[in-house]
Ligand binder design. Structure first.
Ligand SMILES: Nc1ncnc2c1ncn2[C@@H]1O[C@H](COP(=O)(O)OP(=O)(O)OP(=O)(O)O)[C@@H](O)[C@H]1O
Ligand SMILES: [Mg+2]
Length: 233
């Protein structure tokens, strides 16, 4: 059982401090996610969904608690080890793509590998393959400003997955796209999950996507509740 586990979160608490006042957001949250498991995260605006992803993704530190990835407590890693861990283990897709505007689609997808100083020719091949997977082989030399919104999100997905991370975190990844384009990107998530067994935590207000996900979690009062199959959606 524990070998199937990718993520084991216990007692996770996150508080912000704002002008001397404590704002509690996550309150002793517990969650276990298996390897290859796909979870939608739903919940009211301001409840802490983005905070949760940022903390799990090590972009922000928890106030208390443990986040174990493959058994290792990542809240105890040094800053140097943490950036290495993040680069290898976690892929991010946000509502806005955050691609680097001065670089082409291909260069943007090569970027995570460049940070690891991999062999450049191999990296280029992998990035090209990844862009082909997301249907963009004909847009390799386009810069983000020369791509449509859906294409930009495909590049962001290719960049998130090029290192083959075991965990993909996505915060409203299709919130800006029309229904048809969004559905195309959702298909890609499922394809990638099948192909690479990537676990996914996906914050979404998109009912169609939440319904398609095998597991749905609701964030409420600082904790997550499994609401899979309930009529909350
Ligand atoms: N850096 C910060 N400092 C203080 N308070 C913050 C900070 N970031 C977020 N908050 C507060 O924490 C709460 C949770 O914010 P968060 O962005 O995680 O919500 P969310 O569930 O993602 O909402 P939405 O669905 O609108 O994106 C909010 O009440 C917000 O005002
Ligand atoms: Mg949010």
């Amino acid at each position: 059982m524990t070998q199937d586990l990718l993520l084991n979160i216990t007692n996770l608490t996150k508080e912000y401090e704002h002008r001397g006042k404590i704002i509690p957001v996550l309150k002793k949250l517990e969650l276990q996610v298996k390897k290859g498991e796909m979870c939608a995260i739903v919940g009211a605006s301001g409840v802490g969904k983005s905070t949760f992803l940022n903390v799990v993704g090590t972009l922000d530190a928890p106030t208390r608690g443990e986040i174990r990835v493959n058994g290792e407590d990542i809240t105890r890693l040094s800053a140097h080890k943490l950036s290495h861990f993040r680069n290898r283990t976690i892929g991010f897709v946000f509502q806005f793509h955050y691609l680097l505007p001065e670089f082409t689609a291909l260069e943007n997808v090569m970027m995570p590998g460049m940070i690891q100083r991999n062999d450049k020719a191999a990296l280029r091949r992998e990035a090209e393959e990844m862009l082909e997977e997301v249907g963009l082989s004909h847009r390799l030399t386009h810069k983000p400003g020369e791509l449509s919104g859906g294409e930009q999100q495909r590049v962001a997905l290719a960049r998130a997955l090029v290192m083959r991370p075991p965990l993909l975190l996505a915060d409203e990844p299709t919130g800006n796209l029309d229904g048809k384009t969004a559905a195309g990107i959702h298909d890609l998530f499922f394809e990638m999950n099948k192909k690479y067994n990537t676990s996914m935590l996906m914050v979404t207000h998109n009912v169609e996507l939440a319904k398609r996900m095998p597991r749905t979690l609701e964030l409420k009062e600082g904790k997550v509740f499994d609401v899979s199959g309930s009529d909350i959606l």
